[in-house]
Design a protein around this ligand. Structure first.
Ligand SMILES: *Cc1c(COP(=O)(O)O)cnc(C)c1O
Length: 372
């Protein structure tokens, strides 16, 4: 007897229990609450938006959209190599860091055999994509103060651990370990395990040189360092990320990446953004000033505020007054979108992206009303 299965069923092991939870979009909130002004401080996007210079570069590149991009993004690779003083043979580029995460999992992981390690809580894409790739996903709890318990992390690795992800500065806490700690961790890995350092927020860390690992990657044969254009460069919607990998792995990456996954607009935008030092400097100044301001003001209102090296802060509302989830809802009704960290397993916590000065001020005023 032939058995027929419904043709629309996906492979069951590919369907996550908890899919990626994106922040609500501005349009969704406007519709739902009939608001005309929305302040979105939920997805760690650039508070200054898109640089005018980069906007013009995108507009100019639009005429070329009927062409395929050049495979391998040679122009952008060369520019990245010059900007960050990294060998071209180490550099890879992807459709956001998300694509690089996915391809590293596919390159290194053996389905049904390898495991992947990260902290808990962490950026959900590591776990979601491990599952799609048929890899066991292991997590080690962060310390109570959200610092990294390195000993426990190393203890959770074995000969089948193919990748270990560390986010620094960390999402959602903003914690950032020193570069020396990471260099020491690299010496403690089992053979064959690649340490993937996700530096999506590193531009916002101070002092930069004591924290960043990107420039040290070429000296470390078992380390990869990822960066993105989504945050400090203000290009989240165009999807562009890059990484410095051991050269063998970089070659393999280019051989399996879909040839045109980075489109012509993203490539031109990236080239211009890399050269737009003024916009980056303005972005950093805005984030640093806003981070100090929000941390100080919310602490004064009785919030617990974790020290952050990123373009967001993690807070816990004062014990008396609305809980985090209620506060999230109350802010939403007033046109302020922040991130409730329930999807990170942090029911009591909110993550607030640093906005422009006037946005930060409105947030503080609203929080003052909600906690009065
Ligand atoms: C925002 C973020 C990224 C960026 O991802 P893209 O795909 O480049 O937009 C990567 N890692 C972490 C931890 C992030 O929070």
């Amino acid at each position: 007897m032939k058995q027929f299965l419904p043709a629309d069923l996906p492979r069951p092991e590919l369907v996550p229990d908890k899919p990626y939870a994106a922040g609500l979009s501005v349009a969704e909130i406007k519709d739902r609450y009939g608001l005309d002004r929305i302040i979105k401080l939920a997805s760690n996007e650039n508070p200054l938006g898109l640089s005018e210079r980069t906007r013009q570069a995108i507009a100019a590149a639009a005429a070329n959209s009927f062409r395929y991009p050049r495979s391998g993004n040679p122009e952008l690779k060369r520019a990245l190599s010059q900007r960050y003083q990294l060998p071209e043979e180490n550099l890879v580029i992807g459709n956001g860091s998300d694509e690089i995460i996915d391809l590293l999992l596919r390159l290194k992981g053996r389905p049904g055999q390898s495991n992947v390690l990260a902290f808990r809580p962490c950026f959900s894409v590591y776990g979601l994509q491990s599952r799609v790739c048929g890899l066991e996903f292991r997590q080690v709890d962060l310390a109570a103060d959200f610092k990294f318990p390195w000993k426990d992390f190393v203890a959770a690795m074995d000969e089948n651990t193919c990748l270990a992800f560390v986010t620094t500065p960390d999402n959602p806490s903003g914690y950032c370990p020193s570069a020396n700690e990471l260099a020491a961790l690299a010496l403690d890995l089992p053979p064959g395990c690649l340490l993937v350092i996700d530096e999506a927020y590193m531009d916002f860390a101070r002092p930069y040189d004591q924290h960043q690992m990107l420039s040290r990657q070429p000296d470390l044969p078992n380390v990869a360092v990822m960066r993105t254009f989504s945050k400090s460069y203000g290009l989240a919607g165009l999807r562009l990320g890059f990484a410095s990998l051991p050269p063998e792995l970089a070659r393999a990456f280019w051989s399996i990446r879909l040839p045109f996954s980075v489109n012509v607009l993203a490539e031109q935008a990236g080239l211009t953004a890399l050269d737009d030092h003024e916009f980056l400097a303005q972005t950093l100044e805005t984030v640093w000033t806003g981070r100090d301001y929000l941390s100080r003001e919310l602490a004064d209102l009785g919030f617990e505020v974790w020290p952050s090296q990123a373009n967001f802060i993690m807070v816990r509302p004062p014990a008396k007054g609305p809980r985090a989830v209620e506060m999230f809802e109350l802010l939403l009704r007033r046109g302020l979108i922040v991130r409730h960290l329930k999807s990170f397993g942090l029911e009591d916590h909110l993550r607030i992206s640093i906005g422009r000065p006037e946005e930060n001020k409105i947030l503080v005023q609203t929080m003052a009303e909600l906690t009065a």
